[in-house]
Design a protein around this ligand. Structure first.
Ligand SMILES: [Zn+2]
Length: 279
């Protein structure tokens, strides 16, 4: 179950427990103005850097981390996950992140991992036994590539993580209510996950009053509504993770509360999901 905190408003999952802090941000409680109002956490959105810094300071003060402790992803819709540590702090907020990585993980305390979204799926992982955390960004491409499972595998390889110990929280993203796609997205999910993926892809509803027969819609124009959160939960369960908490919130349904790329295009801020082992 997810809980709302304020101010600034952010969400936490009660699946993530122990000596760790985490959050999924909303738009509320920051200092950015105009179309970035108000809690923009992206440094490449056209915002004044000082506003972004102050937004991190406010969110971090409420959640329990500082801007100086942050390490960002560099998201390009890959399945690349990278191990980071204390020496990487400041990467993103104070200097450019060079290597592409859609997920980052660490076993070092005091390193606040940050991934970004504005309809894509943010995923946080915590291993309370081996003391490690991860932040992962999965759009539909990253979901089809199984980046959530790649991150679990990397934590097992590097830290000896038993996936059954992991606590996973999948944050707000565009839901199957709103995420209209063509058949290529469905095909990618079925290729990657097999028939079980079909449970989490809603076909377009046909009106029983429709004048057109079913045959009148060519397959290439069929619409499908994938549930990215549940597809990522499926990847995690297959990777051996048993504790997976899934947010009910759809970013596109609540554009005042969450940044939604589908609603505003590039004229938007970024949501952040943050997780850090307490020092
Ligand atoms: Zn929706």
């Amino acid at each position: 179950m997810f809980h709302t905190h304020t101010p600034p408003e952010y969400l936490t999952s009660d699946a993530i427990t122990g000596n760790v802090v985490h959050c999924f941000s909303t738009r509320y409680g920051g200092v950015s103005t105009g179309h970035l109002s108000s809690l923009n956490l992206g440094v490449h959105r056209g915002d004044d850097w000082n506003n972004v810094y102050e937004n991190y300071r406010r969110l971090g003060a409420a959640v329990g981390f500082t801007p100086e402790q942050t390490v960002f992803t560099h998201q390009t819709h890959t399945d690349i996950v990278s191990r980071v540590g204390a020496e990487d702090r400041g990467w993103g907020l104070f200097r450019e992140v060079e290597p592409e990585r859609d997920g980052i993980y660490t076993d070092e305390a005091g390193v606040a991992l940050v991934c970004f979204s504005a309809d894509c799926t943010p995923i946080l992982l915590h291993d309370p036994v081996r003391h490690a955390v991860a932040a992962v960004h999965a759009g539909w491409r990253g979901t089809a590539l199984g980046i959530a499972a790649r991150c679990v595998e990397a934590m097992t390889r590097d830290f000896g993580t038993d996936p059954a110990d992991l606590q996973a929280a999948i944050g707000p993203c565009i839901g199957p209510c709103c995420f209209e796609t063509g058949p290529e997205v469905r095909a990618a999910m079925l290729d990657a996950l097999g028939e079980e993926a079909e449970r989490f892809i809603r076909p377009a509803l046909r009106s029983c009053h429709s004048e057109r027969s079913e045959e009148s819609v060519p397959p290439s124009q069929e619409k499908y509504y994938p549930d990215l959160k549940r597809l990522n939960a499926l990847w995690l369960r297959r990777a051996g993770v048993t504790t997976v908490d899934v947010s009910k919130d759809c970013t596109r349904c609540q554009p005042q509360r969450f940044w939604s790329h589908r609603v505003t295009g590039q004229a938007r801020g970024s949501l952040a999901a943050v997780i850090m082992l307490r020092p």
